[in-house]
Design a protein around this ligand. Sequence first.
Ligand SMILES: NC(=O)c1ccc[n+]([C@@H]2O[C@H](COP(=O)([O-])OP(=O)(O)OC[C@H]3O[C@@H](n4cnc5c(N)ncnc54)[C@H](O)[C@@H]3O)[C@@H](O)[C@H]2O)c1
Length: 175
Amino acid sequence: MIVPIALAQSKELTYSIHIDSLPTLTFDTSVVVVTNPTVAGYHLDTLMSKLSATALHVVSVPDGEGYKTLETVEQILNECFEYKLDRKSLLIAFGGGVIGDMTGFTASLYQRGIDFIQIPTTLLSQVDASVGGKTGVNNRYGKNLIGAFYQPKAVYIDPTFLETLPPREFCSRDC
Ligand SMILES: NC(=O)c1ccc[n+]([C@@H]2O[C@H](COP(=O)([O-])OP(=O)(O)OC[C@H]3O[C@@H](n4cnc5c(N)ncnc54)[C@H](O)[C@@H]3O)[C@@H](O)[C@H]2O)c1
């Protein structure tokens, strides 16, 4: 199923949510996949088998809400510079809401903004956090206090990624 998201402000901001098994994705540019060791351990091989790009890199950041910080964003930015991404490069957020929020925010900052796509892997991120363009990080004053509205170019929701979620995450910590 494809759900088009048409944003009133600009046609350029329009994107699609693809709900299906993850298709093969080919990019004529450099791509950095941002993920964490937990998600990578379960699913990175599957993702990499579906991706092709001019250059393909993986940045793995520590897992957890406590790492949704400017420091982690700076780590991702530094790795993007090391990989010499340019303004046509693409970030892929591969993980839950924490990864999605940080990757989107990083994309909004790198060279004043590059494209990103969301491949969410938790229930919360598939039904909520990957859509709508809210990106950002926490600081010592509170949650999500630093950020930007920045829309993804596409969202790919493959429900089979949810099969490895611990039961508590499957019900979004509400059970
Ligand atoms: N941008 C938005 O609109 C929006 C909306 C709601 C929530 N959020 C944000 O989302 C974050 C919470 O997201 P979350 O609940 O996805 O938490 P999360 O990203 O921390 O993921 C929860 C845990 O599940 C693990 N995980 C992810 N995918 C997995 C998989 N397929 N199999 C096994 N383990 C997996 C993660 O590594 C992590 O340990 C918060 O920071 C919140 O502020 C953003």
